[in-house]
Design a protein around this ligand. Structure first.
Ligand SMILES: C[S@@+](CC[C@H](N)C(=O)[O-])C[C@H]1O[C@@H](n2cnc3c(N)ncnc32)[C@H](O)[C@@H]1O
Length: 191
């Protein structure tokens, strides 16, 4: 199946699922298609090779990221819930992109404790109340010249206020708020 058709199928599944289920952990909460397109441009324009995503869900955003990478590139994506890991794994295989994706079943807090690698792009789309817990690790895990992208910066502005202020207060970052999808906050780390 063409990737574009599969992404459209996942968008339909996502909106139907999220309208039907009531428990938050059962919702997919995918990025919007225009956010996916925006991420694709950022990945290609920055010539990113290694990406870290926190918050996989069923893997919709991961597919946008992985598809935009060169063949040797990799997205490490972290998800805490086993049933979402299982869905994401199936979706990565269906999209023929599993070879570019390292799917990690972990809480982000634990993941950052043992992380040694640095990334060209870090995309945060998980439990926003935890971001301050691993702020130092996120900053350290971003390569000089790397890009931090935070979803929901408009839709959940107040929940992200402390974290975004923390990033903006550091002179190593050049930042912008982009009103695409649910609002993407971008922070470029000085090279
Ligand atoms: C908004 S959804 C991610 C949507 C996905 N990025 C997409 O657009 O397709 C957030 C996901 O992050 C996961 N999550 C939330 N907090 C987490 C944490 N601290 N560690 C790992 N996963 C987490 C949730 O289980 C949920 O599946």
């Amino acid at each position: 199946m063409l990737l574009n058709n599969f992404l459209a199928e996942l968008e339909k599944q996502g909106s139907e699922n999220d309208a039907k289920v009531t428990e938050r952990k059962e919702k997919f909460l995918n990025i919007t298609r225009d956010t996916g397109e925006f991420l694709a441009v950022l990945v290609k324009a920055t010539k990113a090779h290694d990406i870290l995503e926190i918050g996989t869900s069923n893997g919709y955003s991961t597919l946008w990221l992985a598809n935009s990478l060169p063949e040797t590139g990799n997205v490490t994506t972290v998800e805490a819930l086993p049933h979402k890991i299982a869905m994401a794994k199936r979706n990565f295989a269906t999209a023929n992109l599993a070879h570019k994706i390292s799917l990690i079943e972990s809480n982000a807090v634990d993941f950052f404790q043992q992380l040694k690698q640095q990334f060209d792009i870090i995309f945060l789309d998980a439990d926003r109340s935890q971001y301050m817990l691993f702020a130092a690790e996120v900053i350290a895990a971003l390569k000089p010249g790397g890009l931090l992208i935070i979803d929901n910066a408009v839709s959940h502005e107040s929940e992200l206020a402390n974290f975004i202020e923390h990033i903006k207060s550091q002179s190593i970052f050049t930042t912008a708020l982009v009103p695409v999808g649910k609002g993407e906050f971008l922070a470029y780390k000085q090279a």
